[in-house]
Design a protein around this ligand. Structure first.
Ligand SMILES: Nc1ncnc2c1ncn2[C@@H]1O[C@H](COP(=O)(O)OP(=O)(O)OP(=O)(O)O)[C@@H](O)[C@H]1O
Ligand SMILES: [Mg+2]
Length: 485
């Protein structure tokens, strides 16, 4: 029975063959029974009528010669027997005897019994079917009493061959048998055909599933049908697509995490190395003069400060990104915040000899934002502008009122950012020119990442417009308060 478990073809074939067999066998049986019944009924009716007629004729004293004629006309065998059972006349179906002296009870053994005959003598009609020894055929016989007045003076036996119907039934049964064999052949053919169309997509799906297990998500099941198998194939394709997407996301996340760890360790290593250098110079008395020693200490303080900023920025970013701490939004006038940020930058601007131009619109509508976070954004942008703009340059702060938004821009006359790098500057640790960033007192590459996330959390957007040598404009939008929209 193992082969049954293994192949759909066999299962299908067996089911179909069984079906064909059951259907042909039952229809065959039912039909031949019906045919038999109808035929017997016809024959019975016919010979009963015949028997009645002849018996009636005999009862009313018709001559015995008529029996010969009648048997010839009806292709039946007609016998006339006396009350003792002796055959007086026997004609038809190859017989032609008169006053034989043969007892029907001797020769119809099994077909017509004494009990039957006694019933006839008692005035009943008896119907029998079976082998008739005298005629030598299977027959259907009817026994009808012949009466004279009140007395039964004999019996008429009319017999009809049933060989013909049996032959026909046999023929019919052989037809049914042939139909059955034909059905089995057709079933075999159909089951092969079906199971192939059934198993082909299954085999294909199996291949795709194995490919999935191997991590190959590009394989798809090609299917046309809309049946359950088609649905399964489509589900498998969807699954593979979703897995592919999920894994791509996971890989991207993993890469981001790796980049982040690499970025953090890199940003930590540089100041630590520098601090170590200064500290060792102090320890080993390499820095001999008082001035050298102060330089070392200043360097250590500076790098420590940078480290502290890095750690704070990282913590800040993590808080913003995790969404743990939602930024509380209030409605306020942003002009004082802009002025305060500019003021804070004042020292650095002066130091570097940069001109600051504040072009703040007089009628700024109140914004819906967080003042501290806005200040942080402004400070980061101004810090960049001042840091990357050479001495003698200008930094401009602009505001513009749009529908439902206020746009703040910080423009500098610095070196600009190449177009192909502009999309990356918002990423953590990304620096356009790594060596320059540090040389110019540059930071860790977290400033703009923080700006973008803060602006977006307050419902705004960030933009950069720049070209090498043409300066840079960083902008962000904030939503205006409800009343003035
Ligand atoms: N105004 C600007 N002009 C030219 N390049 C800029 C300007 N602002 C930023 N960049 C470039 O974009 C990079 C990313 O800026 P970001 O503010 O994120 O980092 P950072 O200034 O290097 O460090 P941090 O702000 O964390 O101290 C900078 O390293 C710099 O190369
Ligand atoms: Mg910066």
């Amino acid at each position: 029975m193992n082969f049954l478990k293994k192949s759909i073809v066999t299962k299908l074939w067996l089911a179909m063959v069984l079906l064909v067999l059951v259907i042909t066998w039952t229809t065959g049986m039912v039909q031949s029974n019906i045919i038999k019944k109808v035929y017997y009924k016809q024959q019975t009716d016919s010979i009963l009528r015949q028997g009645n007629d002849i018996a009636a004729a005999m009862s009313s004293g018709a001559s015995r010669e008529k029996i010969t004629l009648l048997s010839q006309m009806t292709h039946t065998n007609i016998m006339l027997v006396d009350p003792e059972g002796f055959i007086l006349e026997c004609h038809g179906m190859g017989m032609n005897m008169s006053s034989t002296g043969i007892s029907i009870l001797d020769h119809h053994d099994g077909l017509i019994t004494l009990a039957d005959f006694e019933k006839v003598l008692a005035g009943e009609r008896v119907l029998k079917s079976g082998a008739n020894d005298i005629i030598g055929e299977n027959v259907l016989s009817v026994l009808v009493p012949v009466t004279t007045g009140e007395n039964t003076t004999g019996a008429i036996i009319v017999s009809h061959s049933i060989a013909a119907i049996e032959g026909q039934l046999l023929e019919y049964q052989s037809i049914i048998l042939n139909v059955g064999i034909g059905g089995i052949i057709l079933a075999t053919f159909l089951s092969l055909l079906f199971s192939r169309s059934l198993s082909r997509p299954l085999i294909q799906m199996n291949r795709v599933a194995r490919a999935l297990a191997r991590g190959d998500y590009n394989r798809k099941v090609v299917f046309e049908s809309q049946d359950e198998i088609g649905v399964l194939a489509s589900s498998l394709n969807t699954l593979s697509g979703e897995l592919q997407e999920k894994i791509a996301t996971l890989e991207r996340m993993d890469q981001t995490r790796k980049d982040f760890v690499a970025g953090v360790s890199h940003e930590l290593r540089t100041p630590l190395t520098i601090i170590q250098g200064y500290a060792e110079a102090l320890k080993d008395n390499v820095a001999e003069s008082e001035e050298d020693r102060r330089d070392c200490i200043e360097g250590i303080v500076e790098e420590t400060d940078r480290l502290k900023r890095l750690v704070f920025d990282l913590l800040d970013l993590r808080r913003i990104e995790s969404g743990q701490e939602s930024i509380e939004l209030t409605e306020f006038d942003m002009t004082p915040v802009l002025l305060k940020a500019a003021e804070k930058m004042g020292v650095f601007i002066e130091q570097k000899g940069i001109a600051l131009d504040l072009a703040i619109s007089e009628e700024l509508p109140p914004v819906l934002a967080n003042p501290d976070r806005l200040q942080q954004i402004l400070f980061n942008l101004l810090e960049n502008a001042v840091r990357y703009t050479p001495t003698g340059g200008t930094v401009r702060v602009n505001t513009a009122v749009l529908s439902g938004n206020v746009k703040v821009s910080v423009t500098d006359s610095g070196p600009g950012i190449p177009a192909d790098q502009q999309e990356f500057i918002w990423e953590k640790f990304y620096k356009v020119d790594k060596s320059r960033a540090r040389r110019e007192g540059g930071g860790t590459g977290l400033g703009l990442a923080i700006v973008k996330r803060l602006a977006e959390q307050m419902g705004g957007l960030v933009y950069v417009e720049s070209a090498p040598g043409q300066g840079t404009t960083f902008s962000f939008t904030l939503r205006t308060g409800v009343e003035k929209t």
